[in-house]
Design a protein around this ligand. Sequence first.
Ligand code: PSU
Ligand code: MN
Length: 306
Amino acid sequence: MTANFTPSPEVQEALDQSRPVVALESTIITHGMPYPHNVETARMVEDEVRQAGAVPATVAVIDGALRVGLGATPLETLARSTGVAKLSRADLAVCMAQGGTGSTTVSATMIAAHLAGISVFATGGIGGVHRGAEQSFDISADLQELAQTPVTVVCAGAKAILDLPKTLETLETLGVPVIAYGQDALPAFWSRDSGLPAPLRLDDAAQIARAHRMRAALGLPGGQLIANPVPPEHDIPADTLHPLIVQAQSEAQAQGIAGKPVTPFMLRRIFELTEGQSLATNIALIRNNARLAAQIAVEMACQLPS
Ligand code: PSU
Ligand code: MN
């Protein structure tokens, strides 16, 4: 480990004692939600993990150090900052070399989690193949990361702003298991049902932990994607969202928004067009994912050979 890579004392102690730890990302804080909802949500998510018996480890780069487990002050500072870099696999090392500060996306958070020895990570929705990718070539680095880094990622499905059939096809090509939790349908972030069947289904945390261990035993690289449907009371049906997504996307196109800013722009416009309903759903689904991720981490710790 280098001096630039520093799990917090609490996280390091839990890992040393083989106690359950759940990694959390920070792009959702800096680019996914407005202040102060972002920092409030980050705290609630950490509390969910603790209540379920695991230690939360929020990941970010602060002044060149890759931090795994953020204290209250850096979390608040990050949440208030504007113009923070959004780091994926491609940008992580350069940001650190420059002594910069940035939030980590799913791909960079998986890298940090794996370096620290954390096997489970909770987020909202992963990135994927964007609509119109046949023109733009915009495919999130999250997919390649799932193919190579052995972390089980709990999300609420890929964001509905993406091309979900193409995202599923790409994940299959990359050898990533996409596992719906407790239902047959693939959830689509704000909606419980995307209208697509999920390739795989598991119904409890112990099975998910076993499948993770089985991949390792087989020598298969990469992680698992768990798609956990948002609780029913917060579901926004896909049909309700569809026209709003189409509208937001045509606005993005008209304004020439491309690359990294696309996802933050889309999330903000859906928030505005649903008059805040999408944010309440986003918060509910992240908390729900944190709970399941903690249960999986607890099972993984129980299943450790003694
Ligand atoms: N989930 C959310 N909000 C977010 C993201 C996920 O609820 O802001 C972030 C994640 O960090 C994910 C990133 O890795 O969006 C994907 O960005 P892109 O499409 O540019 O790869
Ligand atoms: Mn992209």
